[in-house]
Write a protein that binds this ligand. Sequence first.
Ligand code: ADP
Ligand code: GN1
Ligand code: MG
Length: 375
Amino acid sequence: MVVNDEKIISVCREFGIEGDFTESKVFTDGHINSTFLAVFKNGDTVNKYLVQNINTVVFKNQQALMDNVINVTSFLRKKIEEDGGDPTRETLHFLKGKDGKYYYQDGRNCWRIYHFIDNSFTLNMIDSPEVFEDTGRSFGRFQCLLSDYPIDNLFETIPDFHNTPKRLQNLVDSVKKDVVGRAAGVQKEINFALERKGDTERALNLLEKGEIPLRVTHNDTKLNNILFDSETNKGICVIDLDTIMPGLSLYDFGDAIRFGAKTAAEDEADLSKVSVSLDLYESYVKGYLESCASALTKAEIENLAFSAKLMTFECGMRFLTDYLDGDVYFKTEYPDHNLVRARNQFKMVEEIEKVLPEMEKITLDTYQLVTGKSL
Ligand code: ADP
Ligand code: GN1
Ligand code: MG
């Protein structure tokens, strides 16, 4: 879809935005939605908006999606106000369209608009352990803020999103269908996944045994889903709230490590550069446990390190599945992009496997440091 300024302006008018349009900018961070900054001038006032084209292949029920997002952001806004924070910078604020809905359907396209949070930045790679410690603190705080959110009110925007056994089954199904004839070329990667079948069930088994609870989780805790304040370099706002659903703390912890504690980009093709940084792991654990250690069960803490492997493995399977399906889910920039991503994630899994006992020790030592207690 071509999105030019005329399109962005016409969508903005549907949400009652007035004034003179001055500029737009594309954000390329996310793999799912298409996101633009739109700037308008009203006299001397400059207003900045985030205009987002919702991916309707991924999010099939946009009404329920926006109900979730609005309910959660209203809940967060109240808590932030009670804590003396700034709700205009610490959570997202969506605009209503002319028909009273929080989204606007334009043929097959679905749009939403929210306030751009100025003087903030996102990261795709961590450049300092302090920033990653603060990332852990921010996601831990987010988990705490939502700990008493009514879980039954949440619509499951993507069913079985982090159901890892099902993700493996989806991969097997895609291999069988082989719709674009790519399976023969990725036998090694398929075997890599099949060999790790045993890992896929561990977190759900703990849930079933009651050793870890179902929580309200973000489910997409990529580093670039946090806005950092440009002045303080501190995490101010968790964004990309589309996958807030009932889930496990392990999903959010593991996914943050998958994307943040790495030594190379998620699509680095030179696998010799792909590894896990134990220093970054330790920083994140510290920030995370400082904000939510007391809320976690013993089994959750014991499985934090493993969750990094689980989520990296799951993400690798999802990239591989999409490669086999003909690149229908994740945005790609070149034909083998999903395969490069899958290989990268599987290399990261191997690297995590090598140091898993060390990661487990770091977790327990940091727990003791932060709480003054041993597990
Ligand atoms: P996707 O689902 O495609 O990942 P996101 O909601 O994460 O989409 O938005 C994509 C990018 O847009 C973010 O990574 C961030 O760089 C930027 N962004 C999103 N919301 C805001 C906001 N309110 N203020 C400033 N930048 C934002
Ligand atoms: C997608 O939307 P974005 O880029 O924050 C995906 C995540 C994956 C991630 C891999 C809704 O996240 O689940 O882990 O790409 N989001 C969705 O980078 O599928
Ligand atoms: Mg995102």
